[in-house]
Design a protein around this ligand. Structure first.
Ligand code: NAD
Length: 372
């Protein structure tokens, strides 16, 4: 008879592995296998317990099929008792940014979800990879091309998987727009106009270059960039960009207040994009094709989007929890040893494009992209 927790886990692990002929024993730990008869669940640890973790990710983890919130990494001790009691997290699964490398000895944690300011993503991803964990990293992947490359290399070296939190890639209405484009329902694509803006307070890390990497482009403009690439299924060949005027030079001493940029894509597609921290009005995209238009507005809200087509049909598929969907998808990629839907290389590609946008805005010249 199996009595102790350890021997019960070993038993479940052995039988589960035997039953399904599971080929990747070393990348799956007990949390993934201790779910009894239900679906296999991977143990997630959230790194950084700020707005997104608190408001979206922890609640979304409760709605996943293949994940469970088992650990936290925080630099703020006062948050620990709240998270422990709210999500039933044991002391042994609580870390700070220095001790998180000790996760190497913790089989409960399979996946580390990095939700700290952009300029800390590489540090926390690399620590997680060195501890032998898979990494799901928030967008933007990092603040420089070099740091993204280091992240990819370290996760690869650890033999683990890496993905980036592009939640809109799981949104049914974004995927419907992708279908309309791919099936040429309105003919060849001609132009895309896309924008995402929000206002911001002066005391956020988002206006500090070292932590944010840049202003609204890195934070929300990236959604407009992603929409152009996702819907068209293409990567830009060239960018031209211009910074907008700054009405608050103190707040925007280190990062841009707004930027407009244009991209040219293969097949003659051109896009015009906008992002700003000074007005929060842009929030969608419109695709103009040979025989009509389609798009979403709002496109980038959490867990909901809707849109229209020029033939009068609505684009309004039922909403889903994008965060639960992205985490479940990553968990399934790990369980089935498949490539993650959003690769580290895609996160790196977008950082390269954003760096080219900044270079163009600084120099006033068009910048050709190596991704082409
Ligand atoms: P936040 O400021 O609310 O939380 C950041 C967390 O990092 C806090 O818990 C803070 O204590 C911690 N932290 C650790 N070191 C820090 C330091 N040196 N300075 C400041 N904070 C530090 O930010 P957030 O909105 O949760 O964003 C976190 C990440 O998630 C960012 O990369 C952001 O781009 C991304 N994000 C993604 C979405 C999305 O829809 N996918 C939405 C919001 C944020």
């Amino acid at each position: 008879m199996i009595t102790s927790g350890i021997s019960r886990r070993k038993f479940i692990r052995r039988t589960a592995l035997t039953a399904v002929g599971f080929p990747f024993v070393s990348s799956l730990t007990s949390a993934a296998l201790a779910a009894g008869d239900g679906p296999r669940k991977l143990g997630f640890a959230l790194v950084g317990l700020g707005g997104l973790s608190n408001g979206q990710l922890a609640p979304a983890l409760q709605k996943t099929q293949y994940c469970q919130l088992v650990g936290i990494v925080t630099g703020t001790p006062s948050k620990i008792p709240i998270w422990k009691s709210r999500y039933n997290i044991p002391d042994k699964n609580v870390y700070n940014y220095d001790t998180m490398t000790q996760m190497a000895d913790n089989p409960d944690i399979d996946v580390v979800y990095v939700v700290t300011p952009n300029g800390l993503h590489a540090e926390h991803t690399i620590k997680a990879a060195k501890a032998g964990k898979h990494v799901f990293c928030e967008k933007p992947m990092e603040v420089s091309v070099e740091k993204c490359e280091q992240m990819i290399a370290e996760v690869k070296k650890a033999g683990r998987k890496l993905s980036v939190g592009y939640r809109c890639q799981y949104d049914p209405n974004h995927l419907e727009c992708r279908r309309l484009a791919a099936e040429k329902v309105f003919g060849e694509l001609k132009t895309i106009e896309a924008g995402f803006s929000r206002t911001i307070s002066a005391n956020e890390w988002r206006v500090k270059k070292a932590l944010a990497g840049g202003g609204p482009l890195m934070d929300v403009g990236i959604y407009a960039l992603q929409a152009c690439c996702l819907v068209s299924g293409r990567e830009p060949l060239e960018v031209t960009a211009k910074f907008g005027p700054v009405s608050d030079p103190v707040k925007f001493a280190e990062v841009e207040a707004s930027v407009d940029w244009e991209m040219t894509f293969p097949g003659g597609l051109t896009t015009k994009c906008h992002t700003s921290y000074e007005q929060g009005d842009a929030k969608g995209f419109k695709v103009t094709a040979e025989k009509g238009t389609f798009g979403l507005d709002p496109a980038f809200n959490y867990n909901s989007s809707r849109g229209t087509r020029s033939d009068g049909e609505a684009i309004n598929l039922p909403p889903l929890n994008q965060f639960a969907a992205e985490m479940d998808d990553f968990a399934q990629c790990i369980i089935n040893n498949q490539p993650s839907k959003v690769s580290g290389e895609e996160g790196l590609r977008d950082v390269k494009i954003m760096m080219a946008i900044y270079e163009s805005a600084r120099t006033g010249k068009p910048i050709k992209l190596a991704t082409a």
